[in-house]
Design a protein around this ligand. Sequence first.
Ligand SMILES: [Zn+2]
Ligand SMILES: [Zn+2]
Length: 222
Amino acid sequence: MDVKKLFTSGSCFFCQLKTNDAWCKDCEKDFIRNASRCPCCGQKNAEKHLCGACLNKKTFITTTEVVFSYDYPANELIKAFKFNNRHELSAVFAERLANKLKKKTEMLPSVLIPVPLHKKRQMIRGYNQSLEIARHLGKHLGIEINPSLCSRIKNTDPQSTLPVKTRRKNVQGAFAINTQRIPKHIAIIDDVITTGSTINELARLLKNAGCQRIDVWAIARA
Ligand SMILES: [Zn+2]
Ligand SMILES: [Zn+2]
């Protein structure tokens, strides 16, 4: 699928038929799938129960909400967003995420923290995709964002290039917190979660610094 060719304005991302949205209603049914997931970490499981990992291990995350599963062809949307400078998709993603979150009755966090990129990576890419999503989400939900609360101090290898077993080690010590005043309830904003190691490392740090509750809101999860 050539995403550059596919996405022309006024037509559906997937089938190219005319639509005012990023994709049409038929393709929504066919392609935007959201699996049932562990409410805590967002790992796919059939029963929507707490997964074994969350039951047994100490987890730093209270809830995870994602818009869709990172499967073909919906994952092509994310690739277009991340690698073909389709910045405007961040608004589309954020709106959908906000609509899901508005239906929830739980307490909303007081601040949104986009997963920081290392400054070298951000320089190459030109922007932080998680920050773009957080900006839109913050407007929808009326929550402030704080992109400087923590930073990425280790320029780690992209998690997607590593075997699952070494991913946790790869992100150890990757983040630093830049303030003494940690909000009590935070939502971490990410674009794609693969194994969850990066998010969990950041959540661990925030919890240790005094945060009491961490929710994770992302566009897609494997
Ligand atoms: Zn379509
Ligand atoms: Zn879980």
